[in-house]
Design a protein around this ligand. Structure first.
Ligand SMILES: [Zn+2]
Length: 260
């Protein structure tokens, strides 16, 4: 769509009042929504409205997509956008929602004999490189309802989409300066290696050890923790917290000092 047309359409969307029925879902399902400043809550409400209007929403396995689902998912996803330059996740056209964990048929794995099998491991969510976000509704709802466990599938999948803004999932989204890239690489590599080492030795970790899978997963897991357990992350991984706070231009630990 042309830029001016898009802008006009967005202005039109924002001219009508925010639906009052949506507010309680933001309060209940967006991690630490109550701790956002009034201006941030307003910004989030506006992001949510445009996001909901511009995406294709599709229910799978007979699921009927409701406003509650859209607001829950949009609210959590748009929390990531509050401080950064963005185009409403323009690399996400569609959001597919399954009632619960799902197996996406296109996912294939090759065994040691070179035979490709359909993967049968159920997913909570997936972010396809050049395609949709796929989510389990049950897990999307649970992730928002418990903002203190550091697990949030919606934030996780949309973090992958931020990472993908430069076309690759490698744990590094586009940054603004050479110095930022340097600091990012330094901190992320060190933190990623520490997580691998600790999880191999079965030591307790604040970050979900799924983050030890690869640098892309490390970034997504770190972002979940940044928004859900900011105070703990700042205390235990100050450098990681600092680079994420710099990237997102948000300081959730300050906003919500008891957020753990
Ligand atoms: Zn992931």
């Amino acid at each position: 769509m042309f830029g001016w047309l898009k802008r006009r359409r967005r202005r039109g969307i924002l001219q009508t009042p925010f639906p009052s029925a949506w507010e309680p879902w933001l309060e209940k399902r967006v991690p630490h929504y109550e701790a956002l400043r009034g201006s941030e809550q307003k910004q989030l409400r506006e992001l949510v409205r445009v996001f909901i209007a511009e995406k294709n929403w599709e229910g799978c396995k007979g699921l009927e997509v409701t406003d509650e689902m859209k607001v829950t998912i949009a609210g959590q996803a748009c929390l990531l956008l509050l401080g950064i330059e963005h185009d409403y996740f323009c690399n996400v056209d569609s959001i597919l929602i399954f009632p619960r964990q799902f197996v996406s048929v296109e996912k294939q794995e090759m065994d040691e004999m070179g035979i490709v099998h359909e993967s049968s491991t159920p997913s909570l969510g997936e972010a396809w490189d050049d395609g949709p976000i796929i989510l389990s509704w049950r897990d999307s709802k649970a992730g928002g309802r418990n903002p203190f466990d550091g697990l949030n599938v919606v934030i996780h999948e949309f973090a992958h989409k931020l990472d993908l803004r430069d076309g690759v999932v490698n744990g590094t989204p586009p940054l603004t300066s050479r110095a930022e890239y340097k600091r990012w690489a330094e901190v992320m590599r060190r933190e990623y290696e520490t997580l691998i080492e600790r999880s191999e030795r079965n030591k307790a970790t604040l970050l979900d050890d799924y983050g030890a899978t690869n640098p892309g997963e490390f970034f997504a897991v770190a972002v979940e923790c940044f928004f859900e357990k900011p105070a703990q992350l700042r205390r235990k991984h100050p450098d990681l917290y600092e680079v994420l706070a710099g990237y997102f231009r948000q300081d959730p630990a300050k906003r919500h000092p008891l957020g753990d």
